[in-house]
Design a protein around this ligand. Structure first.
Ligand SMILES: Nc1ncnc2c1ncn2[C@@H]1O[C@H](COP(=O)(O)OP(=O)(O)O)[C@@H](O)[C@H]1O
Ligand SMILES: [Mg+2]
Length: 218
C-alpha cells in the first residue's frame, strides 16, 4: 500500500506539488493522469525519496518513509521505471535486470527465481537477455525498464509514462504485459502515469488526475 498525504514539493523555489494525496492499495492498479508539467514525474520521484518534501507524508505499508533515504526505498520493495529508462548501455539486458536486485544483496537463488518470474511475465526479455542494452530500440528499452522494476517491486511498481513514444504494435504488447501482471501479481500496488487516460482505461481500477501540482476532481 502506497499512501501520499498532503505531499508538497518545491523545486527551484516553485511549488511543483501542492498537497497531493493518493492511495494505491495492495493489488491496486492506479493511474495518475496529467498533462506535461503537471507533476507526475515529481510525484514518483518524491515516492522514491529523490526529492525532499516541503510538507505532507509518504507511507509504504503503513511505514512512514520520511527517514528512509532514496537508496533504501528499493529495499522497501518499490520498483521504479523512470520515463527515460536509464539502462546501462554497455551491460546486457540480463545484467540490467539483475542490477537493482543485486544491489539489495539478495541471495543468488532468489535473484534467479525473480529473473525467471520476470521472463515468464515478459517473454521477449528472455530473447533479449544476452544483448547489450545500447542496441535496443526505445520501446524494447521500456520493456526492460518494466522488467527491472518488477525484479525489486515486491510491494509496489511505479511506471512513468510507459506508453510514451511506443510504436502501436509495441504499445499493444506492453498493455498485454500489464494486463498479465494483474493476475500474476495480485498483491503488488501498481501506479502508472500517462498524459491521456485512453491507453490505461482497461488496465486500471482507479484514476487520479493531477493539474498544476494538485489532484483534481475527476
Ligand atoms: N529540475 C527541475 N527544475 C525546475 N523545474 C522543474 C524541474 N523538474 C520539474 N520541474 C517543473 O515541475 C513541474 C512538474 O514537472 P514534472 O513532474 O516533470 O511533470 P510531468 O511529469 O507531469 O510532465 C513542471 O512545471 C516543471 O517545469
Ligand atoms: Mg514526467
Amino acid at each position: 500500500m502506497l499512501r501520499l498525504e498532503g505531499v508538497s514539493v518545491d523545486i527551484a523555489g516553485a511549488s511543483v506539488l501542492r498537497g497531493v494525496s493518493l492511495v494505491v492499495p495492495p493489488g491496486g492498479r492506479v493511474a495518475l493522469i496529467g498533462r506535461n508539467g503537471a507533476g507526475k514525474t515529481t510525484t514518483l520521484r518524491a515516492l522514491m525519496g529523490l526529492l525532499p518534501l516541503k510538507g505532507g507524508r509518504i507511507a509504504v505499508d503503513g511505514q512512514d518513509c520520511a527517514r528512509v533515504p532514496a537508496h533504501k526505498r528499493t529495499g522497501l520493495g518499490i520498483g521504479y521505471a523512470p520515463e527515460e529508462r536509464r539502462l546501462f548501455g554497455s551491460f546486457t539486458v540480463q545484467e540490467n535486470l539483475l542490477l537493482p536486485a543485486e544491489v539489495l544483496g539478495l541471495p543468488k537463488a532468489e535473484l534467479q527465481r525473480r529473473l525467471e518470474a520476470v521472463y515468464d511475465l515478459l517473454p521477449e526479455l528472455r530473447t533479449f537477455a544476452p544483448r547489450k542494452a545500447a542496441g535496443l530500440s526505445g520501446g524494447q528499452g521500456k520493456m526492460v525498464a518494466l522488467g527491472r522494476a518488477l525484479m525489486v517491486g515486491s510491494r509496489a511498481v511505479l511506471l512513468d509514462e510507459p506508453f510514451q513514444g511506443l510504436a502501436p504494435a509495441l504499445a499493444l504488447r506492453y498493455a498485454e504485459a500489464l494486463a498479465r501482471l494483474r493476475d500474476a501479481l495480485p498483491d503488488v500496488a501498481i501506479l502508472i502515469t500517462e498524459s491521456s487516460p485512453e491507453l490505461l482505461r482497461q488496465l486500471v481500477d482507479t484514476t487520479f488526475v493531477i493539474e498544476r501540482g494538485e489532484i483534481a476532481a475527476l
